[in-house]
Design a protein. Sequence first.
Lengths: 302, 302
Amino acid sequence: MSDALPEQGPPPASALDDFLPLIEQALDRAIVAEAGCPGVLTEAMRYALLAPGKRLRPALTLIACEACGGAVRDALPAAVAVEMVHAYSLVHDDLPAMDDDALRRGRPTCHIRFGEANAILAGDALLTRAFAVLAGEIGSPARASRSVAVLAAAAGSAALVGGQVDDLAAETDREHSVARLESIHRRKTGALFAASLELGGIAAAATESQLETLRQYAASLGLAFQVVDDLLDYLGDAGSLQKHAGKDAERGKLTYPGLLGVEGARSRAHDLITAAQDSAGLFDTAGWRLKWLADFVIQRIQ
Amino acid sequence: MSDALPEQGPPPASALDDFLPLIEQALDRAIVAEAGCPGVLTEAMRYALLAPGKRLRPALTLIACEACGGAVRDALPAAVAVEMVHAYSLVHDDLPAMDDDALRRGRPTCHIRFGEANAILAGDALLTRAFAVLAGEIGSPARASRSVAVLAAAAGSAALVGGQVDDLAAETDREHSVARLESIHRRKTGALFAASLELGGIAAAATESQLETLRQYAASLGLAFQVVDDLLDYLGDAGSLQKHAGKDAERGKLTYPGLLGVEGARSRAHDLITAAQDSAGLFDTAGWRLKWLADFVIQRIQ
């Protein structure tokens, strides 16, 4: 195994290089001091939203918009909204009652930095703001309300939140199967990936057929991303050949290498990436960044 | 002081009697078992949403729709959405990191019944579902996206969430003033009251002038409601003449009787109700339930 790319920060000289500054700028402008919002809340929301990250979900939104022939600028509100939902979910997942994490990417988690009550409330406020951004900043009411419906479904009880409930339950019960693991990831990671892409398509006034292709790409890429994340955790962040039980395994969490073995998981990731490449191919040259991203995901374990 | 009406349950033979069954039925149908949603999450969401309550906010939505000449049925999705936001806010407010309440209206709070993680997630899911309902069940995209914008603003960092942050901070710091208390209540209670009314107006395709009148009514009624709640807490739920420090006072929370005295608070409530009656009067006979509701609020302390 060659060196895996570091988990933190975007890859250098990538197909995302021209999108990432747009995203960072939009995120920075999305939360500012305002009348009625306590300073500590603004600070906690910014701390969570502007934390270092790959910005994968907002990038997916812009990439999908481009692939469907839209103007990338039109997809920026949706890009901000999906990152807000992602940031809120991390803040709540890290809480003592959930994963009880004190550090995320080397920084104190939101509740360590601002206290538990403020972290819960900052998460609530980010989730709420995501819908405010979609409803307030997308010019067309039809696209705005459709975007809200798509994001709310992906963030809701049958997707993001439901997946987290089952993920927590899986730590203590004994039903460990690939089907269950994929069901959790489809909801916890895949649904927001799919919504990120679909919102980009909606911003581009995509056809139903284009939206369906985006959902297929998302289903493959989302699971591949999770398999690769599990592998990197299992093998160690540096991509060391020496196998060791990572943090997830210590907790008794369901993981792909735990269920399929390292080679089985690697093979599953390759199959999923091939399927994602096939979907991306349907957009022809406009889908080049979708292809690049699938390559990027698999290269992390090559 | 005569007997105050009991806090729990709706008043008998009221102007709301024909609306309450509609609301209960809509709430009951709003959360059902669905693929991908763990059973415990459905159960926790229903436990929180269908808990006994006055249904004041959804009633305001239907009342406002009627006052603006709309069909009450068109306002039902918005009525459900505002009660979902209210229910989520109670679940999160009751958490150990916030008010740490084990009982609400005599029942175990959501985190006592389902565990803290599930309670946080059930709150998240209810908040998310509120926006799904608005975007998915309001036929007109223009009304749907406007409704999302109004509800997200009322539930967001400069209103509901910001008010809760300041309310928690007020327990430990020393800045106790009527201005601060009203600022907290305007955001914590008043904003969602106003949104509940405004969403009813939007469902009725109200004019901007009608919407403005609803907001004025809401500003008065919302504060009056809070003054009365503080008085009932201070005087004891049974409306006893014997003054005692209620639960809020024990916690060092800001309250109206604490700041203005009982007579000062009572007088403030009467002034606010008079203002609400004046606003309701602008709707002529169609606003009779708005007037009735203002009477009901003040009668609780008469």
